[in-house]
Design a protein around this ligand. Structure first.
Ligand code: FES
Ligand SMILES: [Fe+2]
Length: 383
């Protein structure tokens, strides 16, 4: 996102602060508790949102060099994404053509010697293009197989604006611009391709992936749930909201934003005075603040269990020692706030949802992000 766009957003935020209000949706939304708990709906979500819908993988810097890979299996399809020698990307179903083992652990890393993947079970090997190039004891044990047809199954992967998306269903393709629906104009310019990937924290939560996502879409709760943490830095219940197709963006003003009144506009550093949430439907939040950005990717496991990957990306590789420790401590602190404040509260909400009491969940006009996620979800599921 170019500086001028951020400056314009800062002006909107200053106006909202002045008027003590926030971007409002047209009306209050009601969500039946059933939409969170129904096991049939859950199965449809797994298919329509996590198998047949393009998935955000990460910024391009998760696989910076030829031979680098990123593997995850949280959509239900084990996926392997590999940087090729010509710097393009390929993605495969991460299932060995022999007896089906994944070729590596779910994480990021480098292919052996930067060139091959060797299955940990019986050592079948594949090159970066997914071609089967080695079968131990193959001449005798597998004398009749046609190796040319036994490469890794390709998936549609696309990289643009410093971001990587993949389609888990091998029979489907997608268009990245259509998926982003304009959000790319806000996102390009943040330099997602050349940040340093500090790492990811995996957190399992005993509640629905949707309850998990709900926590990221509104600023109404800052003053109450985060009174001692975030609310000491940012305004509660004041945010600028904008929709892009199924996605949306939100800006949140820091308490210090009015300092800008005394600074000439040409000298503003917008990211010091606001944070920016970018929601990529259905399960990703890219949080841009100060000098860095973070991603949160949430995946369903069962109707009331989910997993979130919280990843940190820095403008440069930190120096070993004090600088790295400071960033690691900051990363841990942010993660702790989410786990100890948001997630421990949502645990209790989940108990209420499962109590079998028929009622509606209410989402206010001041919570347009929460409304959008559920509205889009209903649309994709045809509800
Ligand atoms: S399952 Fe991969 S080599 Fe046997
Ligand atoms: Fe929160």
């Amino acid at each position: 996102m170019q500086r001028q766009q951020l400056v314009e957003e800062i002006k909107i935020l200053m106006d909202l602060v002045e008027r003590k209000t926030t971007t409002l949706a047209d009306s209050v939304m009601e969500i039946d508790v059933n939409e969170y708990t129904n096991p049939e709906q859950f199965q449809r979500e797994k298919i329509e949102l996590f198998r047949n819908y393009p998935q955000f993988v990460g910024p391009s810097c998760v696989v910076p060099e030829s031979g680098d890979y990123f593997a995850f299996d949280d959509t239900g399809v084990p996926i392997l994404i590999v940087r090729q020698e010509d710097e393009s990307l390929k993605a495969f179903v991460n299932i060995c053509s022999h007896r089906g083992a994944p070729l590596n652990e779910c994480d990021h890393g480098k292919a052996k010697k930067g060139r091959v993947f060797s299955c940990p079970y019986h050592g079948w090997t594949y090159d970066l293009e997914g071609k089967l190039i080695g079968v131990p004891f193959g001449n005798e044990g597998f004398d009749t197989i046609d190796r040319d047809t036994l490469g890794l199954r390709p998936l549609d992967v696309q990289e643009k604006y410093g971001m990587i998306f993949v389609m888990p269903n091998p029979d489907k393709t997608f268009d990245i611009d259509e998926t982003l629906a304009g959000l790319q104009e806000r996102l390009s310019g943040f330099g997602f391709e050349d940040h340093y990937y500090l790492g990811a924290k995996q957190v399992f939560t005993d509640f629905s992936w949707k309850l998990n996502m709900d926590t990221f879409h509104e600023y109404y709760h800052f003053e109450f749930l985060h009174a001692e943490s975030i609310a000491t830095m940012a305004y509660s219940n004041t945010a600028h909201y904008k929709q892009y197709g199924r996605n949306h963006s939100m800006g949140s003003p820091a308490l210090a934003i009015n300092e800008l009144k005394d600074i000439p506009e040409g000298q503003w550093e917008p990211r010091e005075y606001a944070s920016f949430v970018n929601f990529i439907f259905p399960n990703t939040v890219i949080f841009v603040v100060n000098d860095h950005f973070q991603t949160w990717r949430v995946y369903p496991i069962t109707p009331d269990r989910s997993v979130v990957y919280h990843s940190m990306f820095l403008p440069n590789r930190p120096q070993e020692g004090e600088e790295r420790e400071q960033y690691e401590a900051y990363f841990q602190m942010i993660n702790d706030v989410a786990v100890s404040e948001d997630y421990s509260l949502v645990d209790k909400i989940n108990r209420g949802l499962k109590a079998g009491i028929e009622r509606k969940v209410l989402v206010g006009r001041n919570e347009p992000g929460v409304q959008n996620m559920h509205r889009q979800l209903r649309e994709v599921l045809g509800k």
